[in-house]
Design a protein around this ligand. Structure first.
Ligand SMILES: Nc1ncnc2c1ncn2[C@@H]1O[C@H](COP(=O)(O)OP(=O)(O)OP(=O)(O)O)[C@@H](O)[C@H]1O
Ligand SMILES: [Mg+2]
Length: 245
């Protein structure tokens, strides 16, 4: 299968800190990849490189022309005291799609918003102000906002950290459903929870550590073609237990 995204020997240095080093991997259409690894391991850096928010120091990143990325950041840059409703936030996901001057939502936008809000059990409270929401409700709102754009690749940076288990379950179910069409890369620390959700893991601790089978761990650089293809049933939980929290 042809890849839609490829990292080739990518290095990113922030002044003295080397955040990622010699990282190579490929992503295929409709992959669902969890990016895991210790704090400071370079997970968010991988997503920011993909979004072209930062440039690689060395190496190259190839992204197919058809790829349209949407992103759920690790930290929300929104003033929660600002008086806007769930629906306002969700619909604002359409704004960058249209000329801002003429920004007005059409029936299709509202229909799509309502469908997603129903799926994540937010429809009945869609007029609630965002400052009044629980962590889980807010996170679900942000994810729906990201899905309002016509993306075919969705990046999520720790979307389920510190939210209730019911919201987590709802989010995973939605992601599994949209993964029928959309490629997903999700940073997560919840390795045990997501083994039945994702199709592959990318373990990054500055360099990529490729986990193909329990006999063959800790390759500092993975062979490009093999990385994402390993079977999730081969993941040994004890291998990851040291990096949680
Ligand atoms: N803008 C920056 N300036 C300087 N150093 C940075 C910057 N952003 C990240 N770093 C450093 O780069 C390294 C990788 O950071 P990154 O945020 O990618 O890690 P992470 O795996 O997402 O960590 P976490 O699990 O804590 O979110 C860390 O050492 C971090 O301190
Ligand atoms: Mg991070």
């Amino acid at each position: 299968m042809d890849s839609i995204i490829e990292f080739r020997n990518v290095k990113k240095r922030y002044d003295e800190v080397v955040a990622v080093d010699d990282v190579s991997f490929k992503v295929n259409k409709k992959d669902f990849i969890a990016i895991i690894g210790p704090n400071g391991g370079g997970k968010s850096t991988i997503l920011k490189l993909l979004l072209k928010l930062i440039e690689p120091t060395e190496g190259s990143i190839l992204i197919d022309n058809d790829v349209k990325i949407s992103y759920v950041p690790q930290k929300l840059d929104t003033d929660l005291s600002f008086p806007i409703s769930i629906m306002d936030v969700v619909l604002s996901g359409r704004i960058n799609q249209k000329k801002i001057f003429f920004a007005k939502y059409n029936e299709d936008d509202i229909k799509k918003a309502n469908e997603l809000l129903k799926k994540l059990n937010l429809y009945d409270i869609r007029h609630k102000q965002i400052g009044e929401l629980s962590g889980g409700q807010l996170q679900k709102t942000i994810i729906i906002r990201a899905l309002m754009s016509d993306c075919n690749v969705l990046l999520l940076d720790e979307p389920t950290s510190s939210i209730d288990s019911k919201s987590k379950k709802e989010i995973y179910e939605l992601l599994l459903e949209i993964n029928k069409e959309i490629t997903i890369m999700m940073v997560s620390h919840d390795v045990n929870e997501i083994t039945n959700v994702v199709k592959g893991f990318l373990y990054i601790n500055t360099k990529i550590h490729y986990h193909s089978d329990s006999e063959n761990v800790n390759h500092s650089v993975c062979p490009i073609d093999k990385l994402i293809s390993f079977n999730r049933s081969l993941i040994d939980d004890s291998y990851f237990s040291g990096m949680k929290g």
